[in-house]
Design a protein around this ligand. Structure first.
Ligand SMILES: Nc1ncnc2c1ncn2[C@@H]1O[C@H](COP(=O)(O)OP(=O)(O)OP(=O)(O)O)[C@@H](O)[C@H]1O
Ligand SMILES: [Mg+2]
Length: 446
């Protein structure tokens, strides 16, 4: 902005200086021509008489010169530096020119700047050539008045020109930066998992930037995909031998006679369960990351989907004599557009927690409702624990609560659930109530 202003100011000042100089030169040249004509008219009136010469002053020429801009006119006719007539104190031009090409100089005379024209004129007096020098001077009122007028008339014009120039420059700058800003905004609005190419109508000049950016996104996408595939494969390769270790350990446990060995084997089985859970969760996490980038939205009948999920968890709940109480006040036909995989993964992780952390012989409450254009699932359970849970940190990856020390888990469940829900433009919150109650609320737009 400052640069634009400076450039516009520079252009305006240069235009003003140019106009001023051209006009000053034109006025000065006109004055010189008038002074030359005045010298010629004086010479016309010079004639010799006997041994002397006479001059009839051309008053009409003088009055013409004086009339322009109310200027004053001075003259001096001299012979060999001796003034014959006119203003003897009028400063002399150092080298007077000829009639055809007089010399010009400027002096301060009687407190005024005057332009003086001087020419030598050879006059034959009594057979002898005498050089008569004619000086004619004119004040510069006309030139000064003209230049003043230019200043008065042009300065407002120059200011308007300057403002118009700044305005034009601003519009031009805005036009150039607008697509760049739109491009930057599109990037800013993106979520961390959004790795689609940017498609936007842009001016030709920034097409290379867009291409490079999309190239970078493609490389990132590729790297991410490779990492996800690697995690998925690694998890799969870990789970298969783990399943073998677990079944073999169970067999050994059954056959084992000494309490010491049995204790060791139980520890092995626990570790295997823990590792197996971690592998499963890593696999789920990879899947959620991948899907979050491009969810495949389908219409799900909410009640049906939820009761199916609840049914899948009934066996795990009954192992602990936990009752799942499922109540839905949502219309049977209500549907929701979500990615089935992401939605089910989120609900599964929350249900898994509720059963896992609930003490035996308790009840888990699941409520489904719609409120303000949103679909809500509230899953409430009791938990074992002397200390209060620190809810805030639980969404961090690999973070486990104080109530989880005896229970197998990886600490990834909640973060997986939240990422899956956020990818469907929903939200997941955990609240804690008196009586060691935890309520997970999952919200999704209808
Ligand atoms: N419904 C719940 N009741 C009580 N505690 C909970 C509940 N849900 C989560 N927590 C606490 O939050 C912690 C983090 O839960 P999260 O699901 O992320 O991991 P995790 O259950 O330990 O492991 P996993 O990855 O196997 O699910 C748990 O360790 C537990 O302490
Ligand atoms: Mg969990």
């Amino acid at each position: 902005m400052l640069l634009l202003g400076t450039v516009a100011l520079g252009i305006s000042a240069a235009s003003y200086a140019l106009i001023y100089t051209v006009v000053a030169q034109t006025v000065s040249a006109t004055q010189d021509r008038l002074l030359s004509a005045a010298i010629a008219s004086i010479v016309d009136k010079l004639y010799t008489e006997d041994k002397e010469f006479s001059l009839d002053l051309p008053y009409d020429t003088f009055s013409l010169l004086g009339a322009i801009g109310e200027d004053r006119v001075f003259y001096k006719i001299s012979k060999r530096d001796e003034t014959i007539t006119g203003y003897g104190d009028l400063p002399s031009v150092s080298k007077p020119g000829s009639l055809l090409k007089p010399s010009f100089e400027e002096f301060v005379y009687r407190n005024k700047t005057v332009r003086v024209a001087a020419a030598n004129y050879p006059l034959i007096i009594s057979g002898q050539t005498e050089i008569i020098t004619i000086h004619i001077a004119q004040t510069k009122n006309f030139e000064e008045a003209t230049l003043r007028k230019i200043g008065e008339n042009f300065i407002p014009l120059i200011i308007i020109f300057l403002l118009a120039l700044i305005l034009l420059a601003l519009i031009a700058a805005n036009l150039i930066t607008k697509p760049l800003n739109q491009f930057a905004n599109k990037i800013k609005q993106r979520g961390p998992n959004d790795l689609r190419d940017i498609t936007q109508e842009i001016p030709e000049e920034i097409i290379p930037v867009l291409k490079s950016f999309n190239g970078l996104i493609a490389k990132l996408r590729n790297t991410l995909q490779q990492t996800e595939t690697f995690i998925a494969e690694a998890a799969h390769h870990i789970r298969t031998p783990l399943a073998v270790v677990r079944s073999e350990s169970e067999l050994a446990l059954r056959k084992s006679k000494t309490p010491e060995n049995r204790n060791h084997l139980r520890k092995i089985i626990r570790s295997v369960d823990q590792t197996n859970r971690s592998a499963t969760q890593l696999l789920d996490h990879a899947m959620v990351l991948y899907r979050a980038e491009r969810p495949e939205k389908v219409s799900l009948v909410l009640n049906e989907c939820m009761s199916n999920l609840v049914q899948q968890f009934e066996p795990a709940a009954s192992l602990k004599d936990v009752i799942i109480h499922f109540a839905s006040v949502v219309d049977i036909a209500t549907t929701m557009k979500v990615d089935r995989n992401l939605f089910e993964t989120a609900v599964r992780n929350i249900l898994d927690n509720a059963i896992k952390y609930s003490p035996a012989e308790k009840q888990i409450d699941i409520k489904c409702l719609t409120s303000r254009g949103k679909y809500k699932i509230e899953i409430t359970n009791e938990y074992n624990g002397i200390k209060k849970l620190k809810i805030n940190g639980l969404f961090k990856k690999f973070k486990r609560g104080s109530n989880a020390s005896e229970i197998a888990g990886s600490g990834l469940g909640l973060s997986i659930a939240r990422e899956a829900i956020v990818a469907s433009k929903g939200d997941l919150k955990i609240r804690q109530y008196d009586g060691n109650l935890v309520c997970a609320t999952l919200t999704l737009p209808l």
